[in-house]
Design a protein around this ligand. Structure first.
Ligand code: PNS
Length: 163
């Protein structure tokens, strides 16, 4: 059985992430979305709990997908969960430079963890959480870029009546 981890900040989850999760769930027996909990750095946008809830809600129909949080080194979490694969998404050449460096270091730290790259679907190749945060903050309509669960979480973030 091949267990893959798909790590990230997911701040917020966007349609490109969701596409990788869906496709990854078809390729691997078990896919765990590993949401980074970084106590050294405040959330740029959504708190950890909200990010996890969004991913859970958006993937509720995928039986072999789980959502967990992790802190510290990714390769340690890979060991803890007895996973064999780290899934990363590539949107283009810029991602490749960055991700190749991380894959090389992760391989050095844990040679048993194989990084598998999946190409982002062309329709989502221009979407990033950074751009979604910027657009959302400036009041743009992001409903075509993120799943409904993210949209609701972002609405709660800006809706004073939800406090
Ligand atoms: O969605 P992001 O923020 O681009 O995801 C980055 C992530 C979480 C995959 C990366 O920062 C990570 O693996 N962090 C855990 C700490 C770690 O293992 N760092 C060494 C990487 S070589």
């Amino acid at each position: 059985m091949i267990h893959a981890l798909y790590p990230g900040s997911f701040d917020p989850l966007h349609n490109g992430h969701l596409d990788i999760i869906r496709r990854g769930s078809l390729v691997f027996d078990q896919l765990t979305v590993a949401v980074l909990s970084n106590p050294l750095k405040n959330s740029k946008f959504l708190e950890l709990g909200a990010r996890v809830n969004v991913v859970r809600e958006a993937t509720v129909d995928l039986d072999n997908v789980a959502v967990e949080t992790f802190a510290g080194l990714l390769v340690d979490f890979v060991r803890q969960r007895s996973a064999q694969v780290i899934v990363k998404s590539l949107r283009g050449a810029l991602d490749f430079e960055y991700e190749a460096q991380m894959a090389g270091l992760n391989r050095l730290l844990n040679p048993d963890a194989e990084t598998v790259f999946m190409l982002a679907a062309p329709e989502w190749s221009f979407v990033s959480s950074t751009r979604v945060r910027e657009l959302s903050g400036l009041g743009a309509d992001i409903s075509r870029l993120v799943p409904a669960a993210s949209l609701n979480a972002l609405k709660n973030l800006t809706d004073p009546s939800s406090e």
